[in-house]
Design a protein around this ligand. Structure first.
Ligand SMILES: Nc1ncnc2c1ncn2[C@@H]1O[C@H](COP(=O)(O)OP(=O)(O)OP(=O)(O)O)[C@@H](O)[C@H]1O
Ligand SMILES: [Mg+2]
Length: 336
C-alpha cells in the first residue's frame, strides 16, 4: 500500500468546488490514453479533466477499468509541490467512461520552450532541480514514474512550481524487489536497458530520463533519438561514455553505476542551483519568460463570459459523461 511521508508538502492551489455547470475553457492537451480539458468553477478556480479513451477491443471491461483507474490510485496517495494534485475520478456505472479531475497546469514544457524565444541556463536548471525534487519524493516512496519527458511536465498556473503529470505508467516497485517490467515511456527518453531486457530497475530508468532532460536543457538538443545500438550517436557514446560531469554519471550505460536521485541531490553542483521551492526563489519570474497561452485563454474566457452576460450552455459544461454516454445517463459515480 502506498503512503505519504513527512517530506510531503501540501499543494498550494485552492481546491475547486465542482459543479456540473462549470464551464469548459479549452483543451489542454492530448495523449495516447486520453485528452485533457481545462474547466473553471464558479469561483474562477481552474481545474483539469482527463477523459480517458474508451476501452480497447483487445481488453476486457475489468482490464480497462484497472488500467485507467491506476493513475488515480497512484496520484491519490501523493502530496508534493512538484507532483500534480488529483481531486477525484468519475466513472459511469457500467464503467465505459472514466474522467480524472486534477489541478490544472500550463502547456507542457516542450511546447513552452518551443514557443518562447530564449531561456537562461539558470532558469532551466531551476526547472530541472524541481524535477529532481519531485522524483526524489517519488523514489522515497518506491514509486517510479517511467515516462518522464518534457510533455509530462507543466507549470502551475502561477508559474511558480514545476509539476510532474501523467502517472499512467507509474508503479510502486517494492513488491517486485525493485524490478519493473515492460517497455513503457518514450523512445528518446528511454534507458538502454529497457530495450535490452524485460526486467529493469525502474528508478534507474527515471534517472536516465532526467539525464536526457538535463542534456537537452544544457545543449538545446537531444543526444540521440533512441538509446539503441542501431542509433549511431548512441553507439558512439556507449563506446566512449565521454560526456561532461555530472551528465556522464547520470547517463551511465550500466544502470547499477548510474547515480541515484539522492546522490545527484547531494552533489555540491546540484546544491548550488538556485530553484523555486516553498521558501526559495530562483530570482527569475518564469511567467515573464514563458508564453502564457493558458492564462490568456482563461482571461479571454472571462472577458467573453462577462460581455455575453455569463450565459451557460449545456454543451460545454463539465458533465460530458451524460452527453457522450447516453446508455449510462444518470449513472455517474464519483470517487474521492
Ligand atoms: N493537469 C494538467 N494540466 C495541464 N495540462 C495537462 C494536465 N494533464 C495533462 N495535460 C496535458 O495533456 C497532455 C496529455 O496528458 P497525459 O500526458 O496525462 O496523457 P497521456 O495520454 O497519458 O499521455 P502520453 O501520450 O504521454 O501517454 C499532456 O502532455 C499535457 O499537455
Ligand atoms: Mg503524457
Amino acid at each position: 500500500m502506498l503512503s505519504t511521508t513527512a517530506t510531503a508538502v501540501s499543494p498550494l492551489a485552492p481546491v475547486p468546488r465542482f459543479s456540473r455547470f462549470d464551464k469548459k475553457v479549452c483543451t489542454l492537451g492530448k495523449g495516447i490514453s486520453g485528452y485533457v480539458e481545462l474547466y473553471m468553477d464558479r469561483h474562477k478556480v481552474p481545474y483539469a479533466v482527463k477523459v480517458y479513451h474508451t476501452k480497447e477491443t483487445f481488453e476486457s471491461k475489468d482490464e480497462f477499468r484497472k488500467r485507467v483507474l491506476h493513475e488515480h490510485a497512484m496520484l491519490s496517495n501523493l502530496c508534493h509541490r512538484n507532483i500534480i494534485t488529483v481531486y477525484k475520478y468519475q466513472k459511469s456505472k457500467l464503467g465505459s467512461k472514466v474522467k480524472l479531475y486534477m489541478e490544472a497546469g500550463t502547456e507542457h514544457l516542450s511546447k513552452l520552450l518551443k514557443t518562447t524565444a530564449s531561456h537562461s541556463v539558470d532558469e532551466l536548471l531551476c526547472i530541472w532541480k524541481q524535477l529532481c525534487q519531485g522524483v526524489q519524493y517519488l523514489h522515497s516512496l518506491n514509486i517510479c514514474h517511467r515516462d518522464l519527458k518534457l510533455e509530462n511536465l507543466v507549470f502551475d498556473l502561477d508559474f511558480r512550481h514545476l509539476k510532474i503529470i501523467d502517472f499512467a505508467t507509474a508503479e510502486e516497485v517494492t513488491l517486485k524487489q525493485g524490478q519493473s517490467i515492460g517497455l513503457v515511456g518514450s523512445e528518446k527518453y528511454a534507458a538502454p536497458e529497457t530495450f535490452a531486457s524485460l526486467k529493469y530497475d525502474g528508478k534507474a530508468t527515471d534517472i536516465w530520463s532526467i539525464g536526457i532532460i538535463l542534456y537537452f536543457f544544457l545543449k538545446d538538443e537531444f543526444p540521440w533519438e533512441s538509446a539503441r545500438h542501431n542509433n549511431q550517436k548512441f553507439k558512439s557514446y556507449s563506446e566512449t561514455q565521454s560526456m561532461e560531469m555530472p551528465i556522464s554519471q547520470i547517463l551511465a550505460i550500466n544502470s547499477k553505476q548510474r547515480l541515484s536521485i539522492s546522490a545527484i541531490m547531494q552533489d555540491p553542483w546540484f546544491e548550488s542551483i538556485h530553484s523555486c521551492g516553498n521558501n526559495t526563489n530562483c530570482g527569475i519570474i518564469h511567467k515573464l519568460t514563458f508564453s502564457i497561452d493558458t492564462i490568456n485563454t482563461i482571461e479571454r474566457h472571462y472577458r467573453a463570459k462577462r460581455d455575453s452576460g455569463a450565459a451557460s450552455t449545456a454543451t460545454d459544461t463539465v458533465d460530458t459523461i451524460d452527453t457522450i454516454d447516453t446508455i449510462e445517463r444518470s449513472e455517474i459515480v464519483e470517487h474521492q
